[in-house]
Write a protein that binds this ligand. Sequence first.
Ligand code: PHE
Length: 358
Amino acid sequence: MNELDSLVAAARLDFDAAATPADLENAKAKYLGKAGRITELMKGMAALAVDEKKSRGAAINVAKQGIENALGERRQALADEELAVQLRAESLDVTLPGRRRAEGGLHPVSRTLERIEAIFSSMGFDVADGPELESDWHSFTSLNNPPNHPARSMQDTFYADVNGEDGIAYNLRPHTSPMQVRYAHQHVKKHAAQFEAAAADPTGQLKAPEIRVIAPGRTYRVDSDATHSPMFHQCEGLWLGENVSFKDLKVVFTDFCRTFFESDDLVLRFRPSFFPFTEPSAEIDIQFQAGPLAGRWLEVAGSGQVHPNVVRNMGLDPERYIGFAFGMGPDRLTMLRYGVNDLRLFFDGDLRFLSQFR
Ligand code: PHE
């Protein structure tokens, strides 16, 4: 082995001994650096004759090439090793179960509200929305329930620390009934021309469009046990026109209940009751003919013919406009439909309960 071949062999041994890329770069300097062996050999050629320079130069270049090859191979080997170590450290166990995104679903009460809206929409009712923080006038006075009237104590109400325009504290509405007057005002305003024309027509033939609306939403009372929650839901209904009677209420509400519960033989009972804003008033009970609740009377709504004072507060003439209103409890309808016995389950946010309705 000549001197150049042993140089290449020595370089390869040094390179192979380098355990890290930094060690390898140090070893490289020894052969290929500015003061390295190859540079030294090149400098040594200065003393040679011209034709000797040629062959010597070519031989040194072959050795240099050999050293560079050895360097490149070791670099690659070190890089491969590093990658292998990294891959081993980051290895994935593909047999582990994946992390699923939890599947959501509609709340059971939301399902009921959608169902109520769909059924009443199919009967030509509009669906309206209104404020939960109400004025005293809308929650009580406009509904024939004036200040200091004993009927006010029918509900234990949450009051805000802020007074409304009437100088009385705002309240968290204890029922959706304020929507009767709110919606009627909107309706009369929207169809003002027709209401004026109807009022001015001496023949009485011209009719303004009837009010037919439901207003579902959240309501609040100071009340809490297995069947009462301080926040609960109601759905108001109002149908007002020139010839709308209690008979229509019976037909509409019976149709609604039978459709809602998918039970054609469901029986309804209208039990005399009292509300300041309806006269006469009735509590509506239903009775299933089959299933676990069969034979029991279950209260689902309050209702009645809209009181003339309320019609007046709507901006309408009670001699001309008549109709009925009802207020039902979607929470209770949901309990009956799914066989839930504690109302609080709806508001606890327990996924073991809620996920059953997905
Ligand atoms: N607002 C009444 C309640 O909360 C229900 C009702 C609505 C009764 C409309 C008659 C007419 O109990």
